[in-house]
Ligand binder design. Structure first.
Ligand SMILES: *Cc1c(COP(=O)(O)O)cnc(C)c1O
Length: 377
C-alpha cells in the first residue's frame, strides 16, 4: 500500500504568499526597501517589543553573528552555549574569532543547564547563549540573574520560539539581545531571514550599519525604496540585509500567524495524546499552552532510533534529527566544555516528527500508528 508522503517540515504557502511575492517583484525594488521596514514594524508589534528595536537581516546565522558582535564578542573571548544547539550558533562565535564553550542541558527542558553554565564562566567569558529548545523555554529569569551577577551579555536564540510567551511576556520583549530565524523550515518563513532585537537605538544603528557592509546610510531612506550614493564607512560590516522579496513573503506569513500557531499547537497536543503510554517513547513535558511549537520531538532508546526512522520512512513518513551536538563535529572537537552526558544521551535519542499547518488528523494518526507498530510488532 502506498501512501502520500508526509514531510517533516512544510511551509504554509497559499495564494496570499504567491500574490505578495508577485507584488514585490512587480514593484521592481528587489533589495532592502519598504517591505523590510514594514516587516520589522509588524514583527515589533507581534512580539510586543515596546521601545525595543527590531533589525531584519538575511538569515538567523547573520542575526547571531551581528548580535554577538554588538554584545562586544571578539578575538580571544569565550561564549558559553548549550552543546545541543544549531551549528549556526557555533559558527557565529567562531566568525568573531571567539571560542564556543559547550555547556550541558537539562534532561527535562533540553535547554542550557544554568548550574553548569555558572561553573564554566572564566575571565574570558563575554556572553552566554540562551536557546529555547522548541516547546519548553529557558529559565530566562535565572539567565538574566546569572548574567547580571557575572557581568555577561545574553544572546537569546529564540529561533524556535517566535510568538511564544515566557511567564506571560512575549519572547523577544525581555532579553538583553534576542534573535529569530525565518529560514524555510521555521514556524514562519521569509525563504531566508533573521531578526535581531536590541534595547537601544545605539545598538540598532550598529546593526543597521553592519548589515549593509558598514555603509552608514539611513535605513529610513532605503525603506522609501531609495538609496544614498554618498555615505561614510566607519566599521566592519557584512552583506546581511534582508531583501524586499523575502520581507514580502514574511509579511504574508505574519498575517496568518494565529492560524499557524493554532494548527501547530493542535497537532502537538494530538501527538501527545496519540503517543501516550508507549513505554519506549518519551514525550515533551509541555501542554503547549504559552508556546508556538516549532518541532514535535520524541525521545526513544538510542539503540532503536535509526531503525525507527527507517521503519517510518518505508511508510512515507519523514523524520528529522535536531541536532547532532556541537562537540561531535570535527571542527569543534577540542572546544572547552563541561560534562556533556545529558547532551550525549539526548543527541542519540531525539527524533523530530512531521509538524506543519497542513497536517490533518489522518496524517497524525498515520505517524502515531507507525510508531506504535514499530514498538509493538
Ligand atoms: C534555524 C536556527 C538557527 C539558524 O537560522 P538560519 O536562519 O537557518 O541561519 C539558529 N539557531 C536555532 C536555534 C535555529 O533553530
Amino acid at each position: 500500500m502506498s501512501h502520500r508522503p508526509i514531510p517533516v517540515f512544510r511551509p504554509l504557502l497559499e495564494a496570499s504568499e504567491f500574490e505578495a511575492v508577485r507584488q514585490a517583484l512587480e514593484m521592481g525594488w528587489l533589495g532592502m526597501g519598504s517591505y523590510v521596514g514594514a516587516f520589522e514594524a509588524a514583527c515589533a508589534e507581534r512580539l510586543e517589543l515596546g521601545t525595543r528595536k527590531a533589525v531584519a537581516v538575511s538569515t538567523g546565522h547573520a542575526a547571531l553573528h551581528l548580535a554577538l558582535a554588538v554584545a562586544g564578542v571578539g578575538p580571544g573571548d569565550e561564549v558559553i552555549t548549550p552543546a545541543f544547539n544549531n551549528v549556526a550558533d557555533f559558527q557565529a562565535i567562531l566568525a568573531l574569532g571567539a571560542a564556543p564553550v559547550f555547556c550541558d542541558i537539562s534532561d527535562e527542558t533540553l535547554c542550557i543547564d544554568l548550574e553548569q553554565a555558572e561553573t564554566l564562566i572564566s575571565p574570558k567569558t563575554k556572553a552566554l547563549i540562551a536557546m529555547d529548545y522548541d516547546c519548553i523555554l529557558c529559565d530566562h529569569d535565572q539567565v538574566a540573574r546569572l548574567a547580571q551577577n557575572r557581568g555577561l551579555r545574553v544572546v537569546h536564540d529564540a529561533a524556535h520560539a517566535f510568538g511564544s510567551r515566557y511567564q506571560g511576556r512575549a519572547v523577544g520583549s525581555f532579553s538583553d539581545i534576542a534573535v529569530f530565524s525565518f529560514d524555510p523550515v521555521k514556524t514562519i518563513t521569509c525563504i531566508d531571514g533573521g531578526l535581531v532585537v536590541v534595547r537601544t537605538e545605539e545598538e540598532a544603528n550598529l546593526l543597521r550599519e553592519m548589515r549593509l557592509i558598514g555603509m552608514g546610510q539611513p535605513s529610513t531612506l532605503m525603506y522609501q525604496n531609495r538609496r544614498a550614493w554618498t555615505y561614510d564607512v566607519t566599521r566592519l560590516g557584512f552583506r546581511y540585509h534582508m531583501a524586499n522579496l523575502h520581507a514580502a513573503l514574511g509579511l504574508s506569513q505574519l498575517s496568518k500567524f494565529d492560524h499557524i500557531a493554532e494548527t501547530r499547537r493542535w497537532a502537538c497536543r494530538a501527538y501527545s495524546q496519540a503517543l501516550a503510554g508507549i513505554p519506549e517513547v518519551r514525550l515533551p513535558a509541555s501542554g503547549f499552552e504559552e508556546v508556538v511549537p516549532f518541532l514535535y520531538y520524541i525521545r526513544v532508546p538510542s539503540s532503536r532510533r535509526d531503525d525507527l526512522r527507517t521503519f517510518l520512512s518505508a511508510r512515507g513518513i519523514d523524520t528529522g534529527i535536531h541536532w547532532q551536538p556541537g562537540h561531535w563535529f570535527s571542527l569543534f572537537r577540542d572546544c572547552r566544555r563541561g560534562d556533556l552526558s545529558v547532551t550525549d544521551r539526548v543527541g542519540h535519542e531525539i527524533l523530530s516528527l512531521p509538524l506543519h499547518s497542513g497536517m490533518d488528523e489522518g496524517d497524525l494518526h498515520r505517524v502515531a500508528d507507525g510508531i506504535r507498530a514499530f514498538f509493538y510488532r
